[in-house]
Design a protein around this ligand. Sequence first.
Ligand SMILES: Nc1nc2c(c(=O)[nH]1)N[C@H]1C(S)=C(S)[C@@H](COP(=O)(O)O)O[C@H]1N2
Ligand SMILES: [Mo]
Length: 323
Amino acid sequence: MHYFRRKGWELPESAATPEAVMQAARPGLSRRQTLLVGAGAATALSLRPARARDQATTDALHPYPRNAAYAVERPLTAENIAANYNNFYEYGTTKSIAAAAQQLQTRPWLLRIDGLVEKPFEIGIDELILAMPREERLYRFRCVEAWSMTVPWSGFPLRALLDYAKPLGSAKYVRFETFLDPKMAPGQRAPFYPWPYVEGVTMAEAGNDLAFLVTGAYGKPLAKQFGAPIRLALPWKYGFKSIKSIRRISFVAERPKGLWEALQPSEYGFWANVNPEVAHPRWSQASETVLGTNDRIPSRLFNGYGEFVAGLYTGLERERLWA
Ligand SMILES: Nc1nc2c(c(=O)[nH]1)N[C@H]1C(S)=C(S)[C@@H](COP(=O)(O)O)O[C@H]1N2
Ligand SMILES: [Mo]
């Protein structure tokens, strides 16, 4: 299947990567040796005060080496702008959730991989980051609410995780789930929303070159308000597909129903590809406001990424691909 292709993500390690970490990440090392690195870190962490428990052993890997194949034609959004205008309903329904999101505890963080895979497993986020081919990409980002930004994300191709997880041939979709912990997410105490936040893509979409798992931004570990310690970036789709703070990734046969689709299916669907010609029921999608500027620019089909992704949708013209 085409999502097992390795082309494109086997990139050289960063020259800035500390030697000890390079050793741990080298494929030649056994899984047991990698686990020992993780176990040592966990012991050290348990001895430190609460604040240090949030410190990641992979922080020093930043910045990840940039992959020049993912360039943008417009200026990057300033970090202080992007990091203070967020959508993260677990921490409130306004765009000013950065302070509240600091309650999110990102270590220890176990990611569960299950469903239609050879063998379900849990993996610590730092062990996963060490095992993945890390890179930085500049991506445009388009929220369904018609604002946009341009962000340097650090992470690894979702396809690299598929290869690691070994899904069965019967898997048709990848389902992503955010943490569920109302104690550290006041928004999850609001019963109106069908928590936890869920999103999904087809296996073909997940294997596309552009599908990216994000563990950093602006050359640093991912800030909590961006959805630390790991979120998705699907730049050809509306922003709500790019689920934050992922705890569980499941390979499934049935199409997953996202939180927004569950809440308001007349406005938000499964595919949610950007299309300026298909209006949201309550507003036009023809143009977008660029964060940090007064510019209103025309929106683009697939957010300008058609050359990468248009082929994913041939034969699916009868689907509601644009909302
Ligand atoms: N878990 C979770 N993921 C989420 C959201 C959310 O509320 N909760 N909001 C989505 C929406 S609507 C957008 S536009 C982006 C916002 O990402 P940003 O805050 O990094 O700009 O996150 C998406 N992922
Ligand atoms: Mo959004």
